[in-house]
Design a protein around this ligand. Structure first.
Ligand code: FAD
Length: 265
């Protein structure tokens, strides 16, 4: 069985700060890590490998330093790691990112399962998994918190807003997973030595390697453009209402009406 795990390097913070002058992400002083849910995606792949045997490829797209997450994935048990890195990928929106990842997966060749995190803690769109599945024309199971691999198919429990559902899908299939799925293991010393060695099973591919045309990836292949990024200013207009419950209720209704909020007739 061949499994591809999508891993993204992200800043180690939920408090993503934007430089108010440039509108760019402030990366200084912020450590980089594997996107937390991607560790659960990798653990799911390793669990399948432990039970049934599998060849696991960890794939990321990012700047040269994103090789760190590939090394970590290999040190944790992935059999192969691929970093997609090229100036042509710069400025990619989610569409162009998914196109590059999809082309790379096509080049990897036969696969049965693609595992991704549900959402990255920096970009936060949760679009990459579904878009890669659409690009490849395969079924997708998102928000997965439990899964079972049987002969040629997978059964997954998906979390919904008001419950959950169990769905079965044939291979090949893409899953985006939640942290509730499992407890990720840590890299081993032997794995770290392997990922740091000259013979580490790690490759760096550029746009030509995946047959990407300039207009399909990076800024040129992006269908959206960020025109402005900013941190909203928090403005609080607090007013304390005092008096009896009836008087406070009357004042509250008046406040709401002053704000133009229409209450039920
Ligand atoms: C108009 C626009 C311009 C942008 N320009 C830039 C830019 O110049 N530089 C820049 O760094 N970012 C840029 N971005 C952000 C970049 O497009 C996103 O970070 C990227 O597409 C992933 O989206 P996300 O973070 O929302 O991931 P999500 O969809 O939330 O991630 C879900 C899962 O997909 C997988 N995944 C996500 N990204 C990757 C990846 N790169 N490699 C492997 N797996 C992945 C992971 O498993 C992850 O858990 C831009 C975005 C937009 C909209």
């Amino acid at each position: 069985m061949n499994i591809v795990v999508l891993v993204k390097q992200v800043p180690n913070t939920h408090d993503v700060r934007i430089d108010p002058k440039t509108g760019n992400l402030i990366r200084e002083g912020v450590e980089s890590i594997i996107n937390p849910e991607d560790r659960h995606a990798l653990e799911a792949a390793l669990g399948i490998k432990d039970r049934l045997g599998a060849e696991i490829t960890a794939l990321t797209m990012g700047p040269p330093q994103a090789i760190e997450v590939i090394c970590e994935a290999v040190a944790t048990g992935a059999d192969r790691g691929i970093l997609l890195s090229d100036k042509a990928f710069a400025g990619a929106d989610t569409w162009a990112t998914s196109t590059a990842l999809g082309l790379a997966i096509k080049r990897i060749g036969e696969f049965d399962i693609i595992l991704a995190g549900r959402q990255a803690i920096d970009g936060d769109t949760a679009q990459i998994g579904p878009q890669v599945a659409e690009f490849l024309g395969i079924p997708q199971l998102t928000y997965v918190r439990d899964l079972e691999v049987l002969e040629g198919k997978i059964t997954a429990e998906r979390v919904l807003e008001d419950g959950c559902e169990r769905i079965e899908a044939p291979f090949p299939v893409l899953l985006t997973v939640l942290a509730a799925l499992n407890e990720p293991r840590h890299p081993t010393v032997a794995g770290m030595l392997r990922s740091a060695s000259e013979r580490a099973p790690i490759e760096v591919w550029n746009a030509a390697d995946i047959g990407a045309k300039a207009l399909d990836v990076g800024f040129l292949g992006s269908l959206t453009q960020v025109t402005r990024t900013f941190t909203p200013k928090e403005a609080r207009n607090t007013r304390h209402l005092e008096g009896s419950p009836g008087s406070v209720a009357a004042q509250l209704i008046q406040c709401l009406q002053e704000q133009g909020i229409r209450l039920g007739e």
